[in-house]
Design a protein around this ligand. Structure first.
Ligand SMILES: CC(C)(COP(=O)(O)OP(=O)(O)OC[C@H]1O[C@@H](n2cnc3c(N)ncnc32)[C@H](O)[C@@H]1OP(=O)(O)O)[C@@H](O)C(=O)NCCC(=O)NCCS
Length: 180
């Protein structure tokens, strides 16, 4: 008989400095090509996450923890990259960009990502942003693109060359304003 997946007690929390070793394991799991860690990209991602511990960075990270406090995943937002600016609803909108979004492999598919991203939307809204805009490396086409469309709706466009010269990737935009 197959076992039912373990139900998680999930707590969403701000990232703490002592979460970084667990975050590093998760990031290094996903930032790979042909099974090998892309060292430069993983290191840069971790510098970005760690820098977010400083409020002045403008970046904010949340983690999902299980009942024992173990980090199940990390997501964050920060200033909108220049190349994403054309995708704002209008130039007066305060838009944030989604940064890192990774769960540990065993935590996937149980609603943890949805809890984390929904909490991140709420946090960005609380800080005065009215939309969040992001794309995703084609490497994550199978592991994340449907998730993003489930949470933000169909992409609002395609962006070329964001991740590598020939990359074509969707752009998602999520309104953070309360529904009328
Ligand atoms: C992307 C990720 C954060 C999603 O988190 P998750 O916990 O697995 O997703 P959830 O279980 O919360 O799913 C939420 C919704 O998205 C849908 N969904 C999630 N992954 C999906 C997939 N691969 N294909 C189709 N639908 C998917 C679920 O069916 C669910 O829909 P529902 O709300 O109607 O039930 C997580 O799977 C992950 O870390 N993926 C690998 C790393 C990655 O690709 N990161 C993105 C880098 S840009």
């Amino acid at each position: 008989m197959s076992e039912a997946p373990k139900a998680y007690c999930v707590v969403i929390d701000s990232l703490r400095a002592d979460d970084m070793p667990a975050v590093e394991v998760i990031v290094r799991h996903w930032v790979r090509k042909d099974g090998a860690v892309i060292e430069e990209e993983a290191a840069a991602a971790l510098v970005t996450v760690r820098g977010g511990l400083d409020e002045a960075s403008g970046r904010r990270y949340l983690v999902a923890r299980d009942g024992d406090g173990k980090v199940l995943g990390v997501m964050g937002f920060g200033p909108l990259p220049e190349r994403m600016a054309p995708y704002r609803t209008d130039p007066s909108r305060r838009a944030a960009g989604l940064l890192t979004a990774f769960l540990s492999p065993e935590a996937r598919g149980r609603g943890v990502g949805k809890r984390l991203l929904t909490a991140l939307f709420e946090k960005a809204r609380g800080e005065g942003f009215s939309e969040m805009i992001w794309s995703s490396n084609p490497r994550y086409r199978e592991t994340a693109w449907s998730f993003y469309s489930a949470l933000a709706g169909d992409p609002v466009g395609l962006i070329e060359g964001l991740f590598f010269p020939t990359s074509v990737s969707p752009v998602w935009r999520k309104s953070l304003l309360p529904r009328p």
